[in-house]
Write a protein that binds this ligand. Structure first.
Ligand code: SF4
Ligand code: FES
Length: 361
């Protein structure tokens, strides 16, 4: 009944027109169209009320405001926070300004982010890593020291690496809206801003594990999976169990018959489909705990799909210095920037793949 009363607005994004209900954001209109024109998002999360408006990765150009007032909007706008008007015309990947702004925002997000992807558990499924590959610059212009924080223990299951946090607020909204316990939030301002538990309180709620899934970077990771495997060596499988607390519909990350990690299932925009409880996530690590449904659908562009598809890419014949026209520079010493390495171990010299013993506990 409601939908019959809600007027429809026509919006055109990158020359593709669609009719959406009044009140829809430009981002969600773009998601309805789908494809490459959908702006990237680092803070918006459709399942979390109030999310969005923090990171500016979703900027778009509004070249025509509406049918009634066709003037373009003077500045790029955050598509996750701007609702469509009837007759609005929007440019996403067809706008040079937008692509340039995304590059700038990516550089900004990386100012204080440590480049410890080689040892970060989020590598391979990190939104910031993907954003950098798509929109990032080759080098940084930043010459100052990156932020560092005192290590903080936020409980037995979740590891907080504040240096990697991009302050998207998703975990705070998750804790507020899902668990009803306001035990964790954003403290301080400017480059001192940090995610923290109030007065050192551990997060005990039975749904708190979901903050790991909503974190777009490796700032919140699963202690029961830390350093156990690289995500692209594991095979995601959809499974369920009869759980008294949550839907019990999960994704198992397996290697052979071993369950290395349990997460919620995510949709094509990387958002959790159904929240899962801590018991399913942290304590059910045996195949006998689950009814296996079958392999999860993985985007074929994702590194996680590397074990699932035949590699049809032609092997490169040129060396990297021939491609970039100079010898590559060593941009960082991983031991200096990461607080997870054991400095006496040179990861490039160890026999076989790195193991949890090769990192700090
Ligand atoms: S810890 Fe992760 S989810 Fe929380 S604000 Fe930082 S980046 Fe966002
Ligand atoms: S996704 Fe829109 S501002 Fe972050």
């Amino acid at each position: 009944m409601m939908s019959e009363q809600t007027p429809k607005f026509k919006v055109t994004i990158d020359n593709i027109s669609i009719e959406v209900a009044a009140g829809t954001t430009i981002l969600n209109a773009a998601r309805e169209i789908g494809g490459d024109l959908v702006p990237p998002t680092m803070c918006y999360y459709s399942k979390l009320e109030g999310s969005g408006g923090k990171c500016r990765t979703c900027l778009v150009e509004v070249s025509k405001g509406s049918e009634k007032d066709p003037r373009p909007m003077p500045k790029l706008v955050a598509s996750c926070r701007t609702t469509v008007m009837d007759g609005m015309e929007v440019k996403s990947i067809t706008s040079e300004k937008v692509l340039d702004a995304r590059k700038g925002v990516t550089e900004f997000l990386l100012l204080n982010h440590p480049l410890d992807c080689p040892v970060c558990d989020q590598a391979g499924e990190c939104d910031l890593q993907n954003l950098s590959y798509k929109h990032g610059a080759e080098c940084t212009r930043y010459e100052f020291n990156r932020r560092t924080f005192e290590k903080e223990d936020i409980g037995p299951y979740i590891q907080l690496h504040m240096t990697r946090c991009i302050l998207c607020y998703r975990c705070v909204f998750t804790a507020n809206q899902l668990t009803g316990n306001r035990e964790h939030g954003v403290l301080d301002r400017g480059d001192k801003t940090e995610i923290s538990t109030y007065i050192g309180k551990a997060l005990h709620n039975e749904f708190i594990g979901n903050v790991i899934d909503v974190c777009p970077v490796g700032a919140l990771t699963d202690k029961t999976f830390r350093f156990k495997n690289r995500v692209w060596f594991t095979k995601p499988v959809d499974a369920h169990r009869d759980c008294p607390t949550c839907s019990g519909k999960v994704r198992l990350w397996m290697r052979g018959d071993d369950v290395f990690r349990v997460t919620a299932r995510k949709d094509k925009y990387g958002e959790v489909e159904e929240w899962i409880c801590n018991d399913c996530r942290f304590h059910k690590k045996e195949t006998k705990d689950w009814v296996i449904e079958g392999p999860s659908k993985v985007d074929r562009h994702s590194v996680i799909s590397q074990g699932h598809y035949v590699n049809a890419i032609t092997p490169q014949t040129k060396l990297i210095n021939e491609v970039i026209g100079r010898n590559p520079k060593l941009l960082l010493d991983i031991h200096k920037v990461s607080d997870v390495n054991r400095p006496e171990i040179d990861l490039s010299k160890i026999e076989g793949p790195a193991h949890s013993d090769d990192f700090k506990k």
